[in-house]
Design a protein around this ligand. Structure first.
Ligand code: B12
Ligand code: SF4
Length: 550
């Protein structure tokens, strides 16, 4: 059946508004990988949401193309000249670029549809786009497409949670994989936890919805067939949200690897429950290793127990072991590295918590730590609480690593929060602090998990760039220690030896970005101006108002 509703659609992923984000890896990507097909640096990950939408739209159009403006500098007008419909999407951190591109699309007289996590009823994009889709698109997309065909499409579609059988199946041939450093697959959506600051359970539900196995297998098969052997980010909200089902997923991933005779190195996001002393978690750790997970991103948030309780992150308080020991235990058991998401600015945090925060991070073996100031996101319990208390000052800009806080903190002022944030960054990304963590990481990871793909990617070209550019002196200084670890753990010239050294060089390359981020934050702080209320904590403001009232 021919369902074509128009000749051509173009899908566009806008540039990020700033390279000043933790995950942009802007500086590193310039130096340690070759460039993308249009001469710009590669990007870390592809636009997975649009790759799924692309597949879904195939029966509706004769011709389709997907453009990632982060790697494609060609003028927009040229790219959309013969298109009828333009589909654009992204996250809040792309809103300014979306606004700019949306105006150009409308000037060119095209019909514009916008979706992705940027869409809320408050977005300024409403004034420009013809149609918008909020949240999950799968449940409303066909109605929208029918509407486009018969001229009755609504302005705004509110997506709803769909059964996992309906999740879009990404088409990896819709992009040029050589433009990216890693690939992405989504296996599950949803998280049953209740962290006060998080919007995930509200956006994607508390139930753990798992993509049917054959669809996940298809994604890995297609990637392999197209020649992808690099890392794959499993972009799930909480990979172990439902331990029994997650175990099934891990066993299936292992099966796929066996079928392909290649286990893609993988990483994902999950909670510290993985360290729990229970039979199911022990099984999960075992299969995490078998399924070739080389890294995990853990929501550790803070070493301050009162803050963990305040934000309802009880999963980090389970058992007797300390957070540092839990992280270490995970790497010992799985051979995988750990990355941490950390937050400062809870009501129970004080100026003194900064030292505790830095000391904690530097006692771990996690080189990569995304530290941010707490921000209240729309829809969250944190937002409702702070709104009721009258503490919200503005909406969040969508970049949680720019040192901006969108509410009045309890024990310190906005000004102090920003100064404390820079102190934290300086403390955890000081070369000695970072490289001490790197060395502990190199001692703990399983080099055999890394070796298959590392040998491919360990290009002399990258090494020369890393060891001869920014921060080169630092990298040379720690090289001897890294070599000694590799030598002690693996015989010379073995693939394990090469894997440990490749990991060292990769972490040097990544450090270039982190050190640049710290400098940017430090400079921004110097130029910020503060009004009177930004120099007072919430407590001080309350005391002041009581005095006034008296
Ligand atoms: C993978 C991921 C990344 C990756 C890759 C992103 C990329 N391709 O560029 C990396 C690690 C690079 C990343 C980085 C960041 N991320 Co991120 N990331 C995610 C994550 C975990 C999964 C996204 C994903 O692939 N989902 C799977 C696909 C299938 O879903 P989707 O893209 O949402 O698409 C669906 C719908 O939205 C819709 N859709 C999407 N586009 C369109 C377009 C149209 C026209 C239509 C109709 C529908 C539609 O269709 C899809 C199916 O329903 C989400 C959390 C989450 N669960 O959403 C956070 C998330 C998107 N990230 C977030 C943030 C804050 C960031 C950073 C700013 C963090 C930082 N400080 O560095 C950076 C900025 C990136 C940069 N400068 O490079 C926030 C965004 C908040 C917001 N409201 O916008 C999220 C929601 C996490 C959170 N709750 O805090 N991220
Ligand atoms: S922070 Fe992580 S564990 Fe907590 S609710 Fe969000 S996704 Fe779940």
């Amino acid at each position: 059946m021919n369902k074509h509703i128009a000749h051509k659609a173009v899908l566009i992923y806008p540039e990020f508004d700033t390279q000043n984000t933790f995950w942009s890896y802007a500086t590193s990507l310039k130096m340690y990988t070759q460039t993308s097909e249009f001469g710009l640096p590669k990007r870390l990950l592809p636009p997975l949401g649009l790759m799924g939408l692309f597949n879904h739209l195939k029966p509706y159009y004769q011709s389709l193309s997907l453009i990632d403006k982060n790697i494609d500098p060609r003028p927009l007008e040229e790219l959309i000249i013969d298109a009828d419909h333009i589909f654009m999407g992204g996250m809040l951190a792309q809103e300014q670029s979306l606004l700019k591109l949306a105006k150009q699309v409308k000037q060119a007289g095209k019909q514009l549809i916008i979706g992705g996590t940027v869409v809320t009823p408050q977005t300024p994009l409403i004034d420009i786009a013809d149609h918008l889709v909020e949240n999950e698109a799968e449940g409303v997309i066909d109605e929208l497409l029918q509407g486009l065909a018969n001229g009755k499409a609504k302005k705004y579609y509110k997506g709803h949670l769909v059964p996992p059988e309906q999740f879009f199946q990404p088409d990896y041939a819709s992009i040029n994989m050589n433009n990216y450093v890693h690939m992405a697959v989504q296996i599950s959506r949803g998280c049953p936890e209740n962290c006060e600051f998080c919007d995930i359970p509200l956006r994607f539900g508390k139930a753990y919805r798992v993509t049917p196995f054959d669809k996940t297998a298809e994604s890995f098969r297609q990637m392999k067939q197209l020649g992808w052997t690099g890392q794959v980010f499993i972009v799930d909200d909480n990979f172990i949200a439902h331990p029994r089902k997650s175990l099934e997923v891990l066993k299936n991933l292992y099966k796929i690897g066996e079928e392909l005779a290649y286990h893609h190195p993988k990483y994902t996001e999950l909670t510290l429950r993985l360290a729990d002393d229970s039979p199911i978690m022990a099984e999960l750790r075992h299969w995490f290793h078998k399924a070739h997970f080389v890294n995990g991103f853990y929501g550790v948030e803070t070493p301050n127990k009162a803050s963990l309780l305040e934000t309802n992150k009880r999963q980090n308080l389970r058992g007797e072991a300390s957070l540092v020991d839990k992280l270490r235990f995970i790497s010992e058991q799985t051979g995988a590295g750990v990355m941490m998401g950390m937050i400062y600015g809870f009501d129970n945090d004080t100026n003194d918590s900064v030292d505790e925060f830095i000391a904690f991070v530097n006692a771990t073996h996690a080189p990569i730590v995304m530290a941010g100031l707490l921000n209240a996101l729309p829809m969250t319990a944190l937002m409702s609480r702070l709104e009721k208390q009258g503490r919200i000052i503005h909406a969040t800009g969508g970049n949680n690593s720019d040192g901006v806080i969108n509410f009045i903190p309890n024990h310190f002022s906005i000004q102090q929060a920003q100064q404390n944030y820079v102190r934290i960054l300086l403390g955890i990304y000081h070369p000695k602090a970072y490289f001490d963590r790197v060395m502990r990481h190199l001692e703990l990871i399983d080099p055999n998990l890394q070796s298959d793909y590392r040998s491919d990617h360990n290009k002399l070209y990258d090494l020369v760039k890393i060891l001869s550019r920014k921060n080169a002196l630092i990298y040379w200084r720690y090289l001897a220690t890294a070599l000694a670890i590799a030598k002690r753990r693996c015989p010379d010239n073995s693939s394990g030896y090469a894997a440990i050294m490749a990991e060292y060089f990769s972490l040097c390359g990544q450090y270039t970005h982190f050190s640049a981020q710290v400098k940017i934050q430090k400079n921004q702080l110097l130029h910020r101006q503060y009004t009177e209320y930004q120099r007072l904590s919430w407590r001080e403001q309350q005391d002041g108002s009581e005095e006034v009232n008296e």
